[in-house]
Write a protein that binds this ligand. Structure first.
Ligand code: EPU
Length: 456
């Protein structure tokens, strides 16, 4: 009368409960890579995570039906859809990458805090709920740990639009008793989330909002294009001055998300690290220019076409210096992956982080693989080594996890990566895609603490 085994997934671990033996086994999901195979062939890029998340939250503004295409099949999208469902939206998956969202009967202030805390992008509910209901009540957002990640600029923006903001008891409450009124906002720091949140909040406000010192990332342009397709009047997205003329109402639409430049960049670096040759399709090469330029400086061949880039290892990698910056600079979300590639270059490279206080937590993991890296504040001094060696390592956050995958692919041996839930938040079937281009990679479930070799 009982099932033989009850299986409960808790995100990072899976618990198997066997009623007959009354024992609870905790299993861990891991990625196991047997490195040393050059990646060759074609790999297709999915929709961009950091565009998809604000666009999904942006559906709230429409009181109508939106069909969103080219969504990446990742845990952060699944979580966003769960959050929207919990707020009364009707969500219907049409296929793996397309979803229909009916926001007619949404109820504000009802997103469960346990879901909201799992994801940084849930802060987009603040702008979206404010625009739709005149009030937002959202748990303080979570996300990867890169040191302090304040939202003071978001709050400054909401206040400039006439809202009152209170942060108390782990929640942020934003209320606009007299409605949203357009204003000029100058951001003290360039913030992707702050720029998008103010766009969401201001779109249905009264009058015109001008955001100065706005972020210029391609996902800002994608959100503006989505909102404009719904009837908004946003101009200047992609420059540092964005103008939003408030409109009374937005309608539904069908919209396809742009390709993920960070997923593409990750595979570009993986090709170089494994001395391989990959054609990466469904990309916008312009978005990849800072990554292409750095690879070329290292001696890697990169050929751009309309919607593809081909990356081929040709000769030993040159040392270079890299500093991450807001777009169009080299992206901070490619910093850990570049850290791995510089480990494989000749000589000493400098890798400086220009966006976050602390994005080098992955260095300790790389050191387990024989990397020679010294971190001094926001700069890592990286001395190239002949080879990285296999080890058991952790994905300490999303992009760090992708970096560990690249490092493992470049070794001559078997590496196990733990805490892969970070990777699965943001990479669409990374295991399947890499296997198709020659990687010996699998995702396994083993009893906690037991290495793969023993469990199998
Ligand atoms: N900042 C402030 N005050 C604010 C907002 C930001 O001081 O109110 C600071 C941050 O502490 C940081 C810098 O400004 O030092 C940039 O932060 P930003 O707001 O641009 O980052 P974010 O919106 O929190 C998004 C992406 C990140 C990506 C950054 C930078 C999403 C959900 N997250 O974060 O993506 O690193 O922009 O491009 O879009 C990832 O995908 O792995 C990831 C971490």
């Amino acid at each position: 009368m009982y099932p033989a085994v009850l299986r409960l997934s808790l995100g990072q671990v899976t618990v198997f409960y066997k009623p007959t033996t009354l024992k609870v086994f905790i299993y861990m999901e891991r990625i196991v890579i047997s490195g040393g195979h050059p990646l060759t062939g074609s790999i297709e890029i999915s929709g961009m995570k950091n565009a998809a998340l604000p666009i999904l939250m942006g559906c709230l503004l429409t009181e109508d039906v939106c069909i969103i295409e080219n969504l990446p099949d990742i845990d952060d999208v699944t979580l966003s859809l769960k959050i929207l469902k919990s707020m009364g939206l009707s969500v219907r998956k049409i296929n793996r990458t397309t979803v229909e969202i009916d926001a007619s009967y949404a109820v504000g202030g009802t997103a469960p805090i346990d879901l909201v805390r799992k994801m940084r992008a849930s802060y987009y509910l603040l702008g979206a709920e404010l625009a739709r209901f005149g009030r937002a009540y959202v748990g303080y957002p979570g996300g990867c740990d890169f040191g302090v990640r304040p939202i003071d600029q978001h709050i400054k923006g909401f206040r400039a639009l006439g809202a009152e903001v209170n942060v108390e008891g782990g929640y942020v409450e934003v209320v606009a008793p007299n409605g949203i009124r357009g204003n000029n906002i100058f951001f003290d720091v360039i913030t992707v989330g702050g720029t998008m949140n103010v766009m969401l909040a201001a779109v249905k406000g009264e009058g015109t909002t001008v955001i100065e010192n706005a972020a210029r990332e391609p996902h800002i342009v994608d959100l503006a294009n989505f909102l404009n397709t719904c009837g908004a009047k946003i101009s200047g997205a992609g420059t540092d001055t964005i103008k939003i003329k408030g409109v009374e109402k937005l309608h539904g639409c069908t919209y396809a998300i742009i390709p993920d430049m960070i997923e593409a960049g990750t595979f570009m670096l993986a090709a170089a690290a494994t001395k391989g040759s990959l054609t990466i399709s469904n990309v916008i090469p312009k978005h990849l220019e800072s990554i292409t330029a750095k690879l070329q400086e290292m001696g890697v061949e990169v050929i751009e076409d309309d919607e593809t880039v081909s990356v081929s290892y040709r000769k030993p990698l040159n040392r270079i210096n890299v500093k991450t910056m807001p777009y169009p600079g080299f992206p901070t979300d490619m910093q850990p992956q570049m850290g791995v590639l510089l480990c494989l270059a000749n000589g000493v490279s400098l890798l400086s982080e220009g966006v976050y206080d602390n994005r080098f937590r992955y260095v300790e993991e790389l050191k387990r693989m024989g990397a020679c890296i010294k971190v001094d504040g926001r700069t890592a001094v990286i001395e190239g080594v002949d080879k990285l060696s296999p080890a058991t390592i952790k994905a300490v956050d999303l992009r760090a996890g992708a970096a560990m995958v690249i490092a493992a692919l470049a070794t001559n041996g078997v590496t196990e990566i733990e805490d892969i839930y970070h990777i699965e938040r943001g990479y669409d079937d990374i295991v399947g895609k890499l296997r198709l281009v020659g990687a010996d990679i699998k995702r396994i479930t083993t009893p906690d603490g037991e290495p793969f070799a023993k469990a199998n």
